[in-house]
Design a protein around this ligand. Structure first.
Ligand code: FAD
Length: 487
């Protein structure tokens, strides 16, 4: 009988894939074949607002994976669920038709995905006596396992980071990787019933790029597949991780790894990445030796932490803030402010530069994600969930855990002018993304409407700020205070 590994959009790789490895092992033990499947749900993409860049990146990576698997006589079936409600049924049909004895998958921590897995597990067991095993693969330390002294899951990053470092030091086996599957016998039967295709589908109509040039440009920026991701890691370790601690918040230097889409789709494995990173650190430790490495690993621990938060506060994947009181804020309907924010026309150069980078590259530097999100909820007082959704619709690296936690509303409202002066001291990032300001000299680039004469400013063809910083931040804080007190 066949053993099935069910790929999700968070583990599109064959190297160090816990579920795939376990399935291959089980197939070998039972003298069966390893078969694989990807459940494709265009309506899920609609539901989550998945961007064209991310949809394409996933499908391209799947194509590469399919070729790699085929070389080992391991087939990959694409099971299409046209309606979201038919996912369990489609998986069941596949299991029934393909003589499957065991199903393996890697766990997804979002509520809908957990519910789907429970429903599949129940049905395969009850109707077919098929075992369904779901493994932890996304993180080094299993979400939920780092607890406070009182036994609850840790909810504050700094102690979590400390505990994570201690845990990986005392238990280095957590970083062990598993080999890719060895492959099936040449003679094994690898065709599926006609019901299931092995063709990776093309992009759904609604997820098409706006032009062919866009597609070419974005595919070059974000080359699909594990090999591309690992070679990007290598370049990062050789050229950028050294100065990362000192310069990671300076977007003009493009100082970070740009590995986020590879992590969010599981195209690279966190264990493989950390092993390579450790090997690169002369001290062979995460928190000592190269400062750049310690600082970069801290960001990877944020990623682990946010998976723990997602799992232990499940309402964060149900369109609710972690601090539920923020659900009571009376947000503003500022249509013009919203449009200007989306288009990078707010009149605040640092914010506009960030939004224009997002619209052009399907990516935005972390410091800009912090500033643009703070501006939307803290200055425009627009519901943060609209921005969260806009990010999902445009980012190539959309990741529910990181995005919802990044957007979590709070009383901290950044001043985008002083932020720009600190993080983009020469104004290079602003001038790159806001070409109307490319000839503005000196510090006027950070706040041109205030720092240039009226006539000079008007010649630029750049808008005045949609709202004034101090008054709008004060208004938001007062609103939060009022509405949270009543919540
Ligand atoms: P690097 O600096 O090279 O970091 C390496 C990896 O660490 C990243 O690829 C990512 O996996 C992880 N990481 C880095 N910073 C963070 C962080 N603050 N939180 C959690 N993990 C982190 N990240 C996403 O992957 N997807 C999102 O949808 C997303 N939305 C965000 C929304 C907001 C409002 C904010 C403030 C942050 C968001 N982030 C998101 C986190 C962060 O901005 C990106 O991970 C980072 O900018 C990606 O660039 P990089 O790969 O070059 O990062």
């Amino acid at each position: 009988r066949n053993v099935l590994h069910w790929f999700r959009s968070k583990d599109i790789r064959q190297d160090d894939n816990k579920g795939l490895h376990a399935a291959a092992k089980k197939a070998k033990e039972g003298n069966g074949s390893l078969i694989t499947m990807y459940l494709f749900s265009p309506k899920d993409m609609e539901w989550h607002g998945t961007s064209p860049a991310r949809s394409d990146f996933i499908l391209q990576s799947l194509r590469l994976l399919k070729t790699q698997l085929e070389e080992k006589n391991i087939p990959l079936a694409i099971v299409v669920a046209e309606e979201r409600g038919t996912k369990t049924q489609k998986v069941m049909e596949f299991v029934k038709e393909n003589d499957v004895s065991h199903v393996y998958a890697n766990m997804e921590y979002e509520v809908d995905e957990l519910r789907r897995d429970v429903s599949v597990a129940k049905q395969v067991l009850e109707e077919k006596e098929v075992a369904f095993e779901v493994l932890h693969d996304q993180t080094v330390v299993i979400p939920g396992t780092l607890t406070t002294g009182a036994g609850g899951p840790m909810k504050v990053f700094t102690p979590f980071h400390k505990a994570w470092l201690a845990e990986t030091k005392s238990n280095p086996g957590l970083l062990d990787t598993v080999p890719p599957p060895p492959g099936n016998d040449k003679s094994a039967q690898t065709t599926f019933k006609s019901l299931f295709s092995t063709e990776v589908p093309s992009l759904p109509e609604s997820k098409q790029y706006s032009s062919a040039e866009d597609r070419t440009r974005l595919r070059e920026l974000w080359p699909a597949g594990t090999e591309a991701g690992m070679s990007r890691l290598q370049t990062f370790l050789e050229t950028k991780v050294g100065p990362y601690a000192a310069h990671r918040s300076e977007p003009a230097r493009d100082p970070s790894s740009r590995l986020s889409p590879y992590f969010s789709s599981g195209i690279i494995s966190i264990r493989s990445v950390l092993q390579k990173t450790l090997a690169h650190n002369k001290n062979k430790q995460f928190d000592a030796g190269d400062r750049g490495i310690a600082s970069w690993v801290r960001e990877l621990v944020f990623r682990e932490f946010y998976r723990q938060v997602l799992l232990t506060t499940p309402h964060t994947s149900m369109n609710l803030p972690q601090n539920l009181k923020f659900d009571f804020v009376a947000w503003e309907d500022d249509d013009e402010g919203w449009r200007k924010w989306c288009e990078g026309q707010t009149g605040v150069p640092f914010v506009d530069a960030g939004m224009r980078q997002l619209n052009a590259e399907a990516y935005m530097h972390n410091r800009l994600r912090m500033n643009t999100s703070s501006y939307l909820s803290g200055n425009l007082l627009i519901d943060y969930r609209k921005g969260e959704r806009y990010f999902a619709e445009h980012l190539v690296d959309w990741d529910m855990a990181n995005n919802t936690q990044g957007w979590e509303p709070s009383y901290t409202i950044f001043n985008p002018v002083s932020q720009a002066e600190k993080c983009d001291p020469e104004g290079e990032y602003i001038r790159k993304w806001v070409p109307e300001l490319k000839d503005v000299k000196g510090k006027a680039v950070f706040a041109p409407s205030e720092r240039l004469g009226k006539a000079e400013f008007e010649k630029l063809g750049y808008p005045r700020p949609h709202v004034e910083y101090s008054a709008s931040a004060k208004r938001a804080k007062e609103r939060y205070k009022r509405d949270l007190a009543e919540a």
